[in-house]
Design a binder for this molecule. Sequence first.
Ligand code: TRP
Length: 335
Amino acid sequence: MLKDQKIVLTGDRPTGKLHLGHFVGSIKNRIDLQDKVDMSFYMVADIQALTDNANNPDKIRSNVLEVALDNLACGLDPKKTTMFIQSEVPEIAELTVLFLNLVTLARLKRNPTVKGEMKQKGFEENVPTGFLIYPISQAADILFCHGNIVPVGEDQKPMIEQTNEIVEDFNRFYGETFKKVKHLIGDTPRLIGVDGNSKMSKSLNNCIYLSDSYEEISKKVMDMYTDPNHIHVNDPGKIEGNVVFTYLDIFDDNKEEVEELKKQYEKGGLGDVVIKKRLIEVLEKIIAPIRARREEFAKNPEAVMKILEDGTKKAREVATSTMLEVRKAVKIDYF
Ligand code: TRP
């Protein structure tokens, strides 16, 4: 029984290339988990991406390949992880319709992530229905394959809570069918953007992408905010709120040296350029191999699409079998 296995499901919306925030928030966990669990699924969430991009199908279509490339470049292995496209598994939509009956409108409106996104997008009362209900659709994304481990960024926690409420109600109404789901959040659940103000996010234009060139990384780091009062090398500098040190703390393996640099910086005598140059090298060491693998995969987009096609076939087999179970439980298994 699938229900007794460790099954990972995770996904990305194909709305743009992925960045370092995705990497530390969830991709690292995905890569790590694929060797440790019974099954692992990775979904390109094109249907979810359309919920607030209904008028821009070209954007979603072209980014399907980009997010697949980013994940492959980071080390997702199609032999271990079934990579598939959400819209090509219509059983997910079918399951969503059944789940819709288990969630009230009031509950959906309380979801803090959706609330925040609605505000950011200025939707208010004119929110597209599909967007408002995407947490329900996300529960179906996870449960169609009996996923029970979901490596995601911190912002996705409310989706997991919603999923578990659906599991509870479904099992209560229709008999024990689904297992509760656990989220797994990376060591850095909320990476601050290069602007130092908010979470790294494409819409805020404060990202370092996994596909950035050395020159792009250098420019972004050189423009980083440090301490506005640290004007001359000999001025004492502040560590708190200093994005360069925040990043060094996260990405630099040599913690001792970073601590030493912090002391020097606070005392005075350490210039911004020195720490920025160090950070550029630290980030380049992480991104260079990803970039190189990405370029390799990108040479053959047909092969990447074939990976998604094969994965989708596999995902559909699982989905078909789950839907048989679900239809029986809900007593809509007529013929
Ligand atoms: N909502 C996720 C994001 O914006 C993407 C996603 C869709 C997802 N379905 C999922 C993540 C199921 C985990 C599980 O990044």
